[in-house]
Design a protein around this ligand. Structure first.
Ligand code: 3H9
Length: 685
């Protein structure tokens, strides 16, 4: 049965799409839309058309699952042109998310009405693409060039109210959408000529009067777009809308679309779209598993981590009791939380009332006993097994039956922590990344005894607090930090052999990481995990910490910093490195950028493969989600596992073998990786 149905209301033809879950514009939908418009044209009794969608949303875009397969006619550009060519006025009635191809359908319609909660956007750039069904040509004509540039290059949607203000939506509808859309269609049924977005030039003329617009936009966004192909292609296509007649602009759009579609970046970004959604699925749980009710959360520790974790729940409207040992630390912690909220408000992203509302849900306390009514308790205390065990032992006595007990440990054994309670089935790891109120990633650490409903609850809660969660098994450092270890080890070793912090960081930044290992150490704090004994100097890091070079916060770390926190290479650090090299009897040699890639990135891939082979990640794509959201791995490279596939697994294995003598006696090549390379298989696909 076709997902498109038609019925008449007076002289208006109502065309309804019913293609759950998101009314993607798959083949049957496209075919049905063309047939419906043909029907409207052929039937004299029809004077106007309303296109509307059943379910949660207006068309959320082209059907991404069809990408890369043989194209089936009619293609979307033909469908939208057919809609615009209809001889009866067509009204798009929008609710939910009119995204990508969906917005292109709406733009080709002659009028657009929307409910106030609707969102309109062109997220193609996030899939490494551009709106390829006339969107780059019609959007600037309807919304103006500046707005079109912003929407197309960010992929972020705008709300219906803003869409109305910029001229993208003709009327906001309160009440029943279909009923009002039909009434609107009746109002405009006789208006001639029928307004076609492709024929509008008023907004284009505005832009022509401002020729510097595109280069200014490029310059202002250069940092954000670094490494990505799609934003520039979007800009070029919109530039063509201004510089060329409509039909030629469409051709430019087509060429750029095909170029992007055949590139690796689009494949990586589309892979990642599904990777992110797959991560939410937990393998091996009984289907009937239901989540526990979480109405109140307890957080132990009001430091940076505990405060950040608490803010997630407060922002989602969930009350939090936060516990510290000393009044002063408690006051400091809650003060920082309020300040963070106020900073968000100052940027206009929150109102003063919302700040008060969120903080109003917070109960500061000095006693763990106050956590007895919490449904979930998250411990964010000092990273030390004895301390954690003591806390969990106490919680076991205090927490109500069925409460979930979580540790925010970054490395420690969650099973050992669970064993200090009488209810290991209620215990799991919830590893937030710093700053915890901002970073999207959450590692859910599944202990040997963690109950299925505890996992399901954690996954549901992650969605509620707008995190992307990935399930990890119990191993040192879980997924993300475990893979960081070989990278850090090799980066330090490379310093001894002759590379500089600047060279290693540059290779990582050129690869697309937001920063390299030493820039990251300086930002996070070189002293994290340091033994705090300035007389015990066993490695380069100890030496830096001993002289107070703790990173940006001290104005010096692996780099020197000026008063505006701009880094420069440090002669002092080089002296320290040279000293360690001399002591180790190593002669400095020229290190190639490729060697840095092989020793710091290939070894990460190898560790990822071991994580997979040990079952510590459910799937390769989960590892990629961790690295993109937790550490800024460039999404246009898909993540370390996807990237390894694009490099070619045999090349990775060869590189590792070549470097093996330098990788330390503990280093072994993952059997899974070697096996897949040998068999011509891939890790992530
Ligand atoms: C495009 O339009 C190109 C054109 O310009 C040119 C063509 C020539 N296709 O996210 P959710 C699935 S490019 C296929 O969990 P939510 C999704 O995988 C497209 N499937 O729900 C999931 O499946 P499952 C431009 C899709 O409520 C299920 O739907 N459009 C598509 O949190 C539910 O998704 C976009 O990029 C799709 N287009 O969010 C929009 N979209 O249940 C992409 C979703 O098996 N989509 N699915 O895991 C979104 O942003 C969100 O899905 C949306 C709903 C906001 C719509």
């Amino acid at each position: 049965m076709s997902p498109i149905s038609t019925r008449r209301h007076g002289d208006v033809l109502i065309v309804t799409s019913n293609n759950p879950p998101v009314n993607a514009l798959g083949h049957a939908v496209r075919e049905g839309l063309v047939a419906a418009i043909d029907q409207a044209d052929a039937d004299e009794a029809v004077k106007a058309v309303v296109i509307i969608c059943a379910g949660n949303t207006f068309f959320a875009g082209a059907d991404i699952t069809e990408f890369g397969k043989a194209m089936q006619m009619p293609m979307l550009p033909m469908v939208v042109d057919r809609i615009e060519a209809c001889t009866k006025p067509v009204v798009a009635a929008i609710h939910g998310t009119a995204f990508g191809g969906g917005l292109e359908v709406a733009l080709a319609s002659h009028y657009r009405v929307a409910v106030p909660s609707a969102k309109l956007g062109v997220p193609e750039v996030k899939l490494g693409l551009l709106p390829g069904a006339g969107g780059t040509q019609r959007l600037p004509r309807a919304a103006g060039v500046q707005k079109a540039l912003e929407m197309a290059t960010s992929g972020s949607p705008i709300g219906a109210k803003e869409a109305y203000e910029v001229g993208l939506v003709d009327r906001l509808i309160e009440g029943d959408l279909e009923q009002h859309a039909v009434a609107f269609a009746e109002e405009v049924r006789d208006v001639r000529p029928i307004p076609k977005t492709s024929e509008r030039d008023d907004r284009i003329d505005e832009a022509r009067a401002n020729p510097g617009l595109f280069d200014e936009f490029r310059k202002a966004q250069a940092r954000k777009f670094r490494g990505f192909d799609a934003p520039e292609a979007n800009i070029k296509a919109i530039e063509a809308a201004v510089a060329k007649p409509y039909a030629e602009g469409v051709q430019t759009e087509r060429q750029l679309f095909m170029q992007l579609m055949s590139g690796t970046q689009a494949k990586a970004q589309q892979y990642f779209f599904f990777a992110e959604r797959k991560a939410a699925k937990i393998d091996g749980l009984p289907e009937e598993t239901r989540a526990r009710d979480i109405r109140k959360v307890g957080v132990i520790g009001a430091g940076t981590m505990g405060g950040g974790i608490s803010m997630n729940f407060l922002s989602a409207g969930i009350p939090v009791t936060i516990v510290e040992q000393q009044q002063e630390a408690l006051d400091r912690g809650t003060g920082v939380m309020r300040k963070n909220y106020e900073a968000t408000a100052a940027k206009g992203r929150m109102s003063a009332e919302q700040v008060d509302q969120a903080m109003g849900l917070l109960t500061p306390s000095l006693s763990l006993d106050d956590l007895s009514d919490c449904d979930l308790i998250i411990e964010a205390v000092f990273e030390n097994m004895d301390v954690k065990k003591e806390v969990f032992g106490k919680l076991d006595r205090i927490a109500k039956p069925g409460a979930i007990l979580a540790s925010n440990t970054s490395y420690l054994n969650v099973d050992e922590i669970a064993a200090s309670t009488s209810r290991p089935q209620d215990v799991l790891g919830l590893h937030f990344f710093s700053p915890a109120n901002i970073m999207k990633l959450l590692e859910i650490v599944r202990g040997a005894n963690t109950a299925p409903d505890v996992l399901v609850t954690a996954m549901g809660l992650a969605k509620k607090i707008r995190k992307v969660a990935v399930v990890a098994g119990v191993c040192y450092g879980f997924i993300g930090n475990r893979m960081l270890i070989p990278r850090q080890t090799q980066a330090m070793q490379l310093l001894l052999e002759g590379a500089t912090p600047e060279q290693i960081d540059r290779v990582h930044v050129e690869f697309g990481m937001p920063m390299g290992p030493f820039q990251m150490a300086d930002l996070a704090g070189v002293d994290i995990g340091w033994h705090r004994d300035p007389n015990r100097i066993e490695n380069i890091r100890d030496a830096l910490c001993a002289i107070d070079r703790w990173g940006q916060k001290k104005g010096a770390g692996f780099y020197d910093y000026d008063d505006r926190r701009r880094p420069s290479p440090s002669p002092k650090v080089q002296e320290i490195i040279d000293g360690f090299r001399a002591n180790a009897g190593v002669t400095a040699r020229e290190i190639s950028d490729q060697e840095i890639v092989e020793r710091t990135l290939y070894t990460m891939v190898n560790e990822g493969a071991k994580i997979l082979e040990e079952g510590m990640a459910q799937r390769a794509s989960d590892i990629d989600v961790v690295w993109v959201y937790g550490y800024g791995w460039p999404v246009y490279r898909g993540g370390p596992m996807f990237w390894a596939d694009t490099e070619g697994l045999p090349k990775i294995v060869e590189g590792l073998k070549r470097q093996q003598p330098r990788l330390g006696s503990d280093f072994t090549i993952s059997e899974l990786l070697a096996g897949k390379a040998e068999a011509g298989e891939k890790l992530a696909r």
